[in-house]
Design a protein around this ligand. Structure first.
Ligand code: GLU
Length: 464
């Protein structure tokens, strides 16, 4: 079988990480099986769909490297096709016009509620052999309803939830087209999944209730239902459904906060799927290992600290050249001219081990590119005691004749410490302060390598 999966988001508002996870799994399943992955934008809800949300989805997917074989396909551009299928279903007796008005439907529902029955359409306009239908009211446009099978049940073997059986008695004759002819949501999904030859529908479990209706329509149209895998929801760190209101970040926010796409991908992969106890893995390994059997059965919980930890892992492992490229935009935003001053790749290499995000690296890089603040006389006296000045003078001399390497600078420190019988902090702290007007820097010997001997001597001499 040639595997074909799809991600079918409704571009209605806020796109959080949990939404993108619903793209990741069908993508990985298609890639693992050398199949096709399709993006379908379910934009028929004109009032709630926005171009902004479409952009966030497409950008987010391309940022994570979820490449497409087909699409984006917009449902709004397929309206003619849906109308065609509605017509076919009417012609074939698979669907029928229903003229029941809003008021009649409400009245029916109220009666059913009073009788403690489940509210449902009563099949008044459903044609049956030998049944007389009511006279067609004038001036009323009908909805089109699907003739759901009567009796029996719909059964499917959900790849995540196991066997699910829903009695047909539970299912109404679903409206597939509104009075103005526009097709309804569940119907479009079926037509698309059939037309696009989707073999595996991997989606959020908020669609479990739609599945039996979709399967019935699909079968009526002569199609074979795909395999369904309904993913448990992603909850936020306090166990609530993720939403903008309770502080979920959009995919773009993570990009802006200095996360690496590799880390996000790895994080999302583990949010509801596992492979033994593997926590840090490459995209290739993920694709290689991905299967539907290892999808989690219970809701996944978003864990921002774990994401930060993963980001740190990826920053540490990153190739310095590539990492520097990724940090550059953040550095530029902080006013750093990465083309002047120390070699940017070296600076990033020095800072990456302690950083959790790209922003932290850029912040750290300010030290090497922005002029140090002018300390007051008091601050100077406090951080560079008078007694250390002769030591600094000796240090400058040794530095001047030193080779330009971490080892040589380390040796220079040792020599001066021995000569003056003092301990490392007594010298390193004033040196740091003299160089940067702060005592918070990475290892001082590495800092000297990055800053360069000449610049260091210039700054030390000024203080001395
Ligand atoms: N458009 C639906 C959503 O965004 C998904 C439909 C589907 O995957 O079948 O929740």
């Amino acid at each position: 079988m040639h595997i074909r999966t799809r991600f079918a988001p409704s571009p209605t508002g806020f796109i959080h990480l949990g939404n993108l996870r619903s793209a990741l799994y069908p993508w990985a399943f298609a890639r693992h099986n050398k199949g096709d992955f399709i993006l379908r934008i379910e934009d028929t809800d004109l009032e709630r769909s926005t171009q902004e949300a479409v952009d966030v989805i497409i950008e987010g997917m391309s940022w994570l490297g979820l490449d497409l074989d087909e699409g984006p396909i917009y449902q709004m551009q397929r309206i003619d096709r849906y109308r065609e299928v509605v017509k076919h279903m009417l012609d074939a007796g698979l669907a029928y016009p229903c003229y029941m008005s809003e008021e009649e439907l409400n009245k029916l529902r109220d009666e059913q509620m009073t009788n403690k029955e489940k509210p449902r359409y009563n099949g008044l306009w459903r044609p049956e052999p030998g049944k007389a239908l009511p006279p067609i009211p004038e001036g009323i446009l009908p909805v089109i309803r699907f003739k759901n099978p009567i009796g029996g049940s719909v059964i499917w073997n959900d790849a995540v939830k196991g066997t699910i059986e829903i009695s047909n008695d539970e299912l109404d004759d679903l409206v597939i087209a509104r009075p103005d002819g526009t097709p309804t949501y569940n119907f479009c999904v079926v037509v698309d999944d059939l037309d696009m030859n989707i073999t595996h529908v991997i989606r959020g479990d908020d669609h479990v209730n739609n599945t039996p209706r979709q399967i019935n329509i699909m079968k009526a149209l002569g199609g074979a239902p795909p395999v369904y895998a309904h993913l448990p929801t992603v909850l936020n760190d306090s166990g609530e459904k993720m939403s903008k209101r309770n502080g979920a970040m959009s995919v773009r926010d993570y990009q802006k906060a200095g996360y690496l796409p590799e880390a996000i991908l790895n994080y999302l992969a583990r949010l509801g799927w596992s492979h033994g106890d593997a926590e840090v893995f490459t995209k290739e390994q993920f694709v290689d290992w991905f299967d539907l059997e290892s999808l989690g059965r219970s809701p996944a919980q978003h864990n921002p600290e774990k994401l930060l930890w993963l980001n740190h892992q990826y920053i540490q492992q990153a190739d310095p050249e590539k990492l520097a490229l990724a940090v550059k935009p953040f550095a530029h935003a902080l006013g750093i001219d990465t083309e002047s001053g120390p070699h940017f790749v070296q600076v990033v290499g020095l800072l990456k081990d302690r950083a959790n995000t790209l922003i932290e690296i850029a912040e750290g890089a300010k030290l090497f590119y922005l002029p140090p603040p002018n300390p007051s006389a008091e601050q100077l006296a406090e951080n560079i005691p008078q007694a250390i000045i002769p030591v600094l003078k000796d240090f400058i001399r040794v530095l001047d004749s030193s080779e330009q390497s971490k080892e040589a600078y380390g040796a220079a420190f040792k020599q001066i410490l021995a000569q003056h019988q003092i301990k490392m902090p007594a010298l390193a702290m004033p040196v740091r302060y003299a160089l940067f007007a702060t005592t918070q820097t990475p290892a001082i010997d590495s800092v000297l390598v990055v800053l360069g001997k000449d610049e260091a001597i210039k700054r030390l001499s000024k203080v001395v």
